[in-house]
Design a protein around this ligand. Structure first.
Ligand code: FHN
Length: 451
């Protein structure tokens, strides 16, 4: 359960809600606001993405030595000698991997981008790297799954993105080197400058060999050896390789634990990255994306059946968008390359809801209301407010706070005929007369067209 351990290592974040200067779009980089807005436009439209954690850790599938709680932090939590861990490489046989099917799952769910672990903290490259034999290229699986996935994403119109861990428990030059890293090359003193050169070499492979990327999603930045200055250098390096790429704020030291964005310091990177949580008031003034697991693990754990319900997933998506963020929802495939059926099933239900209601999600902005209403959430677009009703009023009367604009028309987003529903201004707010039953539980959307 690496993420909980990770959270214990980091102080809980106290997001105070002050816009932070983003290194990625200010005088420091010479990028104008207009250019930054153009670069971020697809991200702000997309709102919903798939995270995929797939690596050598998928082979033990969470279990070892009678314990069943492991996942992508397997090596760090077991302190298994790295030379022993390397043997899992022979068992990574993704014979059932089907890039087309994976992308279809994401597309049907309404996900517009896909972020996959090219290399997690274990250092094992899930892409065809020429810079080390510690990667899928040195297994019996003589294909590059990232190449196949990139191609299917392009065909499906889904932005292909890579996750890349700065921390590397295997590389002899990463510091601090783990004492259980007993591989032959891990002798002498680690040399972080040499490691950064290696990292830049792999990043160049990722940015140039798989077509234009949407995001480089850095992670593993929290150890003291990694500095803000190194983060700024890496940010500039990656943007130099692909100027319109988006880089998250974990390239530097400003994620403030699981809260996602530090306050009052220079932010390196283009957006904040709360993890397993949704900032109560969003992160005002900056772009952000909340990443979450669908059960309790990022990587595949064959025992973890604590799945979020599709209702919970839909409401989290709406809650996040109502606060101005994106939702990056994780799938942890097996070593054979299969997405767990409970994940697929939930995403199918989410997709059915999105087919009817995605207008209130894609490109929508945060609610104009000071707080979320008790009955649900609000998103908006120019000229429209979307009332996301989670709790359907028994008397059919939905009370909203004053919205400060006239209502030209109100109707259910699920109603293709856009049959008008009655609204009345009263008690300093607005009452909307709803039909007896919700159309698309767990969230039925009422559209208020404003004048
Ligand atoms: O340590 C990682 C963890 O394994 C997982 O990849 C998450 C996903 O955001 N990131 C780190 C913890 O913040």
């Amino acid at each position: 359960m690496g993420s909980l351990r990770f959270a214990a290592c980091l102080s809980l974040s106290l997001w105070v809600g002050c816009a932070s200067l983003a290194f990625g779009g200010d005088a420091t980089t010479g990028e104008s606001k207009a250019d930054r807005d153009a670069r971020m436009a697809w991200f702000r439209e997309a709102k919903f993405g798939m995270f995929i954690h797939w690596g050598l850790y998928s082979v033990p599938a969470g279990e070892w030595n009678g314990k069943k709680h492991y996942s992508e932090w397997f090596l760090e939590e077991t302190h298994m000698p790295v030379s022993q861990y390397e043997k899992y490489r022979d068992s990574l046989t993704p014979v059932k991997f089907d890039a087309k099917q994976w992308v279809e799952v994401a597309k049907q769910a309404g996900m517009k981008y896909l972020v996959i672990t090219s290399k997690h903290h274990e250092g094992f490259a899930m892409f065809d790297t020429k810079l080390t034999d510690w990667g899928i290229g040195s297994t019996q699986f003589h294909r590059d799954p990232m190449k196949e996935l990139a191609a299917e994403c392009r065909k499906a119109g889904i932005k292909f993105c890579f996750y890349y861990s700065i921390m590397d428990w295997h590389h002899p030059d990463y510091a601090p080197r783990r004492r259980w890293n007993d591989v032959a090359k891990a002798s002498g003193e680690p040399n972080l400058d040499r490691y950064v050169a290696f990292m830049k070499g792999q990043l160049k492979e990722l940015v140039t060999n798989y077509g234009p990327l949407g995001i480089l999603w850095f992670d593993g930045e929290w150890e003291d050896t990694w500095t803000q200055q190194r983060g700024k250098d890496l940010y500039a390096y990656v943007r130099g390789l692909q100027p319109d790429i988006i880089v998250n704020n974990r390239v530097g030291k400003s994620r403030q634990g699981m809260g996602g964005m530090s306050k009052g310091q220079e932010i390196v990177g283009d957006y904040g990255t709360p993890e397993q949580e949704i900032p109560a008031n969003g992160l005002p003034g900056v772009d952000w994306e909340s990443c979450m697991t669908m059960n309790d693990h990022w990587g595949f754990n064959k025992h973890d059946q604590k799945w979020k319900s599709s209702d919970e997933i839909i409401r989290k998506l709406v809650d996040i968008v109502s606060k101005g963020g994106n939702y990056l929802l994780n799938v942890g495939p097996t070593a054979e390359g299969v997405m767990p059926e409970p994940s697929v099933e939930r995403l199918r239900v989410v997709g059915d809801w999105m087919k009817v209601n995605s207008e209130a999600i894609y490109g929508a902005s945060a609610s104009p209301l000071p707080t979320s209403p008790a009955w649900g959430r609000v998103t908006r677009k120019p000229g429209k407010l979307y009332l996301h009703v989670f709790k359907w009023p028994k008397d059919g009367k939905l009370q909203t706070p004053a919205i400060g604009e006239g209502i030209a028309k109100a109707y259910l987003l699920a109603d293709p005929k856009r049959t008008p529903i009655a609204t009345a201004s009263e008690k300093g707010g607005l009452t909307v007369a709803l039909p007896q039953k919700p159309a698309t539980p767990p969230d039925t959307v009422v559209v208020l067209e404003t004048r």
